[in-house]
Design a protein around this ligand. Structure first.
Ligand code: HEC
Ligand code: HEC
Ligand code: HEC
Ligand code: HEC
Length: 168
C-alpha cells in the first residue's frame, strides 16, 4: 500500500514536470517583423530581406530545394529538428533565428526589453562560430566556390543591421 502511494506521487510529479517542460521553437522572421522593422530602430527585417540570407533558399535549384543536405545551410527551418518548427517556413531561407536563437519564448515585449531574461529564454548572442557552422562547414562535392574568402569583420559588416537606439 505504501509503495502504491509512493508510485502514485512519483507518477504525478513526473506528469507535472513533463507538462511544464517546454522548449523554444522557431517562429520565423514574420514573428520578429512587427517589432523589428521600424526605421528609427534600424529596420532589421528590411535589412535582412536585402541580404543574401533571405535568398538562400530561393537560389537553390529544384533538386536543392528538396535536398536536406542543402537545406541545412540554406534554410533555417531546414537546419533544425522538425519538432522545433512552429510558424517558420522553409522558404524564408537563412533567417533571424539561425543567428539569434529560436524565438517562441523570448519574443514577448516584456522579455525582449530585459536582455538577461531574453538570453535565459533562448536568445543567442551571435559569434563568429555561428557563422562558421555554415560558411566554413562541409559543403557537398561540386558546391559553388565562395565568392570571397571568409573574413568575419568584413562579412559582418555586409549583413549589419544595428539598432541605433541601443548603446553597447
Ligand atoms: C513584441 C515585440 C518584439 C518581438 C516580436 C521581437 N522583439 Fe526583439 N526586441 C524587442 C525590444 C523592445 C527589444 C529591446 C531593444 C529595443 O528597445 O529596441 C528587442 C531586442 C532584440 C535584440 C537585441 C538584444 C540585445 O540587447 O543585444 C535582438 C537580437 C532581438 N530583439 C531579436 C529578435 C528576434 C530574432 C525576434 C524574432 C524571433 C524578435 N526579436 C522579436 C521587441 C521585440
Ligand atoms: C555547410 C553549408 C552548406 C551546404 C551543406 C550547402 N551550401 Fe550552398 N552555400 C553555402 C554558403 C555559405 C554559400 C555562400 C558562399 C559565398 O560566400 O559566396 C553558399 C552558396 C551557394 C550557391 C550560390 C548562391 C549565389 O548567391 O549565387 C548555390 C547555388 C548553392 N550554395 C547551392 C547549394 C546546393 C545545391 C547544396 C546542396 C547540394 C548546398 N548549396 C549545400 C553553404 C552551404
Ligand atoms: C546571419 C546572422 C544574422 C541574421 C540572419 C540576423 N541577424 Fe540580427 N544580428 C546578427 C549579428 C552578428 C548582430 C550583432 C550582434 C552584436 O553586435 O553583438 C545582430 C544584431 C541584431 C540586433 C541588435 C542590434 C544592435 O544594435 O545591437 C537586432 C535587434 C537584430 N539583430 C535583429 C534581427 C532580426 C529581427 C533578424 C531577422 C529579420 C535578424 N536580426 C537576422 C546576426 C544576424
Ligand atoms: C544557416 C547557415 C548560415 C549562417 C548561420 C550564416 N550564413 Fe551567411 N550565408 C549563408 C548562405 C547559404 C549564403 C548564400 C546565400 C545566397 O547568396 O544565396 C550566405 C551568404 C552570406 C553573405 C553574402 C551575401 C550577402 O548578404 O552579402 C554574407 C556577407 C554572409 N553570409 C555573412 C554571414 C555572417 C557574418 C554570419 C554570422 C553572423 C552568417 N553569414 C551566418 C548561410 C549562413
Amino acid at each position: 500500500m505504501k509503495y502504491l502511494r509512493l508510485m502514485l506521487v512519483l507518477g504525478f510529479a513526473f506528469t507535472i514536470s513533463v507538462a511544464g517542460y517546454s522548449q523554444a521553437k522557431y517562429i520565423g522572421a514574420n514573428g520578429c517583423k512587427m517589432c523589428h522593422n521600424k526605421p528609427e530602430k534600424g529596420a532589421q527585417y528590411a535589412q535582412w530581406q536585402k541580404s543574401g540570407h533571405a535568398q538562400a533558399y530561393a537560389k537553390l535549384d529544384d533538386a536543392g530545394k528538396k535536398n536536406p543536405e542543402c537545406l541545412k545551410c540554406h534554410s533555417t527551418a531546414g537546419s533544425v529538428n522538425k519538432s522545433l518548427l512552429a510558424t517558420i517556413k522553409v522558404e524564408e531561407g537563412v533567417s533571424c533565428e539561425s543567428c539569434h536563437g529560436p524565438g517562441s519564448m523570448y519574443k514577448t515585449a516584456a522579455v525582449m526589453k530585459n536582455r538577461e531574461q531574453a538570453l535565459a529564454k533562448g536568445m543567442v548572442d551571435p559569434t563568429e562560430a555561428t557563422c562558421k557552422a555554415c560558411h566554413l562547414g562541409k559543403k557537398p562535392d561540386g558546391h559553388k566556390e565562395a565568392k570571397k574568402p571568409w573574413n568575419f569583420a568584413e562579412f559582418s559588416k555586409a549583413i549589419a543591421h544595428p539598432d541605433p537606439t541601443l548603446k553597447k
